[in-house]
Design a protein around this ligand. Structure first.
Ligand SMILES: [Zn+2]
Ligand SMILES: [Zn+2]
Length: 865
């Protein structure tokens, strides 16, 4: 049997008493009805015939004079209610969801408590029931933001969650919902309707009924009951979850009764921008605000068409609307985008051209584009400061982050200005060339940073019109939503799981084991001391009996020892393992060094630095960190100094296995530097006082065992990612020695001492340049001389081989052509033809008569025989 949402809707509707009804409905006089407009079931206490969905009804909660309630004070009202009713209020999680491999941003409060184990979602929650003020970022609606009066890229989902048997059920959930809506938000019972619907994951691995609360045309909240999964029928999930994601800004908007969600959410920022840009509220803007909340740009064919329509319904021309309405839409968008960026940057996100960072760049450029186009402010950073101050009562960390967010903004602004210059040049030709598909626009945007707004502006200046598709932003942002965050594919091999004995006793270098499976070029054992490649640490080498092990890899739970002599082994055979100790030594030095370099980079460059890749080999290692520009030489030296200081201070390195929840609570999400799937148990590597990471690798017991760390290079491997290259211990010595050797060789070549090397090179280089100039002069003299000789020739066109280099030959030809046409060539087959200004000959044709291929102008051509 096929399962689908319509199927479940029908099934649940038929049995609504079982799936939706709660005692409160009867107690408060709600009766069950079927909506006249959409056919869904709903509950009403006033006998209305429509379920109250905003698609059926216009907003009617606006107040002539909005209530004066701040974001922070309204949060207090909200959280007090739930705290009084037995909920623990837990601190927010980051908006960059590093604990989830399949997501870049935290898109809903429930994401906080979800972990992936072998591709399955499991729950990890610090309290039950709980409420979390979770900022979320979503990007598909960018085109709507500022335009519709109700769309945001960043919003707080006040998550009300209850898990399993120890939590509460639907009855209690709706009781709380009713209590909050009527007592705190002030919704009258008669205005309230409860709509019945179905919530489901796309693969139906979880689904359940959901009850939507509507009042005055607004969908206030959706209470979701995840309690089933589909397996040839409806089955109970092992853990049922109540997921109520209160859209906090939407509640505040309803409570205050402003014209738009932006006026309700960040009134100060909006007022600041309006004042600064001299935008006043007029009858027209008021009228626009009233209709804007029913707009949905994503659902129309094009911005252009939509603008026409809006202007029509306001009774004005598109141009009038552009002048009065567009700046207001822009400032709303700017207020939203800056707040979202503040969250993302404070939590370590960086604008870039890949993955989630891409969406941040889109936000930044759209905001800055509007600021410049409408001259909204000459200090947009002030908006970040204002948001941080507003939100300080909830999240003081935002204000603390401003200090290191500012350089990121500055850098991003420079990048924007650069690509803008490039874009303006490109734009002109693209616009002139006519039709623009959204694909082509996306390419322009992605590779050159050309926003559709800029395209429109350039087109307008050139007197032509282009039509930007309304789904432009949603297309490009969804394309970059996940980027390279893909789960690794694992090869399934047929062998029993290997016991990783390298964890039990990392010092052991020899053990006996039993062969459990033999493959073409690898052997699997019952246990091993060989560390398989993982977490950036290369695989161990050594011997199994007499067979040389060239690499060790892991697939699933099976560890494979790679050797061309695999076929010499047989299943059941007892063998002796001998580890390549020097290699292991180097690998562990490099691994512990990597944790130190990571901590040092964070200290020197700023808290936005996160590890996003690493590799520890025998002779060197590298670490990729998020940073917006290539670190300066001084910064690199500081990082090196800091890392070596950690070595000299001799910090102990402790490895502990603990429960995931416990580890997260103790160390926070800094743990997840490497990313990757996190199981129920976490191996925590703590370099005491320096760094804590969830890490599966092998380490030294103390940083003093790392030895000297030498950073020998840094490069930008992609936008926003810096690769630091270094070596530690004997490998560092080797690197330093080879550098020294190079230096000595250079000195020997020039026969100077090290101290004089740079001066000598400078002197030589200057001499070389001087000589070049002299040679140039000589060749001018030669050319003049030779040309005079040629001009004396009797032939109408001089044809002659002259053995000079190509440059001189061209000079001779030019000089000669002042008097006489010529074709000249040298022994290398280079041919040049030149004709006098008054000549009837064509240089390209002359070139051909000499049997050469090439080209040029009628006066001068060159080629090759
Ligand atoms: Zn309806
Ligand atoms: Zn590690």
């Amino acid at each position: 049997m096929e399962v689908s949402k319509p199927f479940l809707r029908k099934k649940f509707a038929k049995d609504y008493a079982k799936y939706y009804e709660v005692p409160l409905f009867r107690q408060e006089g709600f009766e069950h009805r079927v909506c006249e407009k959409c056919g869904k079931g709903f509950w009403t206490a006033s006998g209305v015939h429509s379920c109250g969905d905003s698609e059926h009804e216009e907003y009617s909660f606006f107040r002539e004079k909005p209530r004066n309630e701040s974001y922070a004070s309204f949060w207090k009202k909200f959280s007090d209610f739930f705290s009084r009713n037995g909920h623990e209020i837990v601190p927010r999680y980051p908006v960059i969801s590093r604990w989830r491999d399949d997501l870049y941003f935290t898109i809903a409060s429930i994401v906080d408590f979800q972990r992936l184990e072998n591709g399955r979602v499991v729950f990890e929650y610090p309290a039950n029931p709980l409420v979390v003020p979770q900022p979320c970022l979503r990007f598909p609606d960018i085109a709507n933001i500022g335009v519709t009066g109700r769309h945001l890229s960043g919003f707080m989902m006040a998550g009300q969650h209850s898990f399993g048997e120890k939590g509460y059920k639907r009855d209690k959930c709706i009781e709380l919902n009713y209590g909050f809506l009527t007592k705190v938000l002030g919704v009258k019972k008669e205005e309230l309707t409860y709509g019945e619907d179905v919530w489901a994951l796309p693969d139906f691995s979880a689904f359940g009924p959901c009850i939507e609360s509507f009042a005055k045309g607004s969908e206030l909240v959706n209470s979701v009951f995840m309690q089933y999964y589909w397996d040839d029928g409806v089955k109970d999930l092992p853990l049922s979850v109540i997921d109520v994601g209160w859209g906090f800004e939407r509640l505040l908007w309803y409570y205050r009764g402003d014209q738009t969600i932006y006026d309700a959410t960040f009134p100060m920022e909006v007022a600041y921008l309006k004042k600064n840009a001299g935008i006043r509220e007029t009858e027209l803007t008021k009228k626009y605000n009233r209709i804007s909340s029913s707009l949905d740009v994503e659902n129309v064919h094009s911005f252009h068409e939509e603008k026409n329509k809006i202007a029509g319904s306001l009774g004005i021309t598109v141009q009038e609307m552009e002048e009065e309405i567009a700046p207001m839409q822009a400032l709303y968008a700017v207020a939203d985008h800056t707040r979202s960026l503040l969250f993302a940057l404070a939590d370590g996100g960086l604008p870039s051209n890949t993955a989630g960072g891409y969406n941040l760049r889109v936000l930044f450029r759209r905001a800055l584009g509007f600021v410049q186009q409408y001259e909204l402010t000459d200090d947009y950073v002030k908006l970040f400061e204002m948001h941080a101050r507003d939100l300080k009562p909830l999240w003081p960390e935002l204000e603390e982050s401003l200090e290191w967010i500012k350089p990121i903004l500055e850098n991003e602004e420079e990048k924007y200005a650069e690509s803008l210059k490039k874009a303006k040049r490109m734009c002109g030709s693209v616009v002139r060339s006519g039709k623009l598909s959204s694909e082509k626009m996306a390419v322009l945007y992605e590779s050159h940073g050309v926003t559709p707004e800029l395209l429109e502006a350039v087109a307008g200046e050139g007197g032509c019109e282009i039509d930007v598709p309304s789904d432009f932003y949603s297309k490009i942002t969804s394309r970059h939503l996940m980027g390279e965050k893909n789960a690794e594919e694992t090869l399934v091999v047929n062998a029993p799981t290997t016991k990783p004995a390298y964890y039990d006793d990392p010092k052991k270098t020899e053990i006996s084991a039993k062969v459990v499976q033999v493959f073409d070029d690898a052997v699997a054992l019952d246990k091993t001391i060989f560390y398989p490649e993982g977490g950036g640490q290369c695989g161990d080498r050594g011997f199994i009996d007499d067979a040389r092990i060239e690499d060790t890899r892991k697939t699933g739970g099976v560890i494979l020892h790679c050797t061309p002599l695999a076929k010499n082994f047989r299943k059941g055979q007892k063998v002796r393992l001998k580890l390549d100790v020097d290699r292991r030594d180097a690998l562990t030095r490099h691994h512990t060094a990597t944790h130190c370099v990571n901590a040092a980079a964070r200290e020197v460059l700023g808290p936005h630095v996160w590890q996003c890749g690493s590799r520890k080999e025998e002779d060197e290692a590298h670490l990729d960190v998020t940073h917006f520009e290539k670190p300066s030489r001084d910064q690199l030296l500081l990082i090196e100094e800091k890392a070596n200081q950690f070595v000299l201070e001799a910090h102990p390195v402790r490895v502990t296995e603990m429960n995931r929840g416990e580890a997260e609570e103790k160390y926070g999400f800094r743990l997840y530097q490497g990313g990757g799937a996190i199981g129920n148990r976490v191996r925590v590597v703590e370099v005491e006082g320096v760094d804590v990471e969830a890490c599966g690798g092998l380490h030294r017991d103390n940083t003093s065992e790392i030895g000297f760390i030498k950073i020998f290079g840094a490069e930008q491997v992609q936008d926003g990612v810096t690769r630091l290259r270094y070596a530690a211990g004997p490998a560092a010595l080797k690197k330093a020695r080879s550098d020294q050797l190079l230096l000595e060789e250079a000195c020997a070549q020039l026969n100077v001492s090290k101290i004089d090397l740079v001066n000598s090179i400078n002197r030589l280089f200057n001499e070389w340049k001087e000589r070049g100039k002299k040679i140039e002069k000589c060749s001018d003299v030669i050319a003049f001389d030779e040309a005079r000789k040629l001009a004396a020739d009797k032939a109408a066109v001089v044809k002659k081989q002259l053995d000079y280099d190509a440059d001189t030959l061209q000079k001779i030809a030019s000089e000669c052509a002042k008097e006489k046409d010529c074709v000249l060539w040298n022994a290398d087959g280079f041919v040049v033809a030149a004709c006098a200004a008054a000549s009837k000959n064509d240089a390209v044709a002359l070139l051909k008569t000499a049997g050469a291929k090439g080209g040029g102008s009628p006066r001068f051509a060159r080629g090759k025989k």
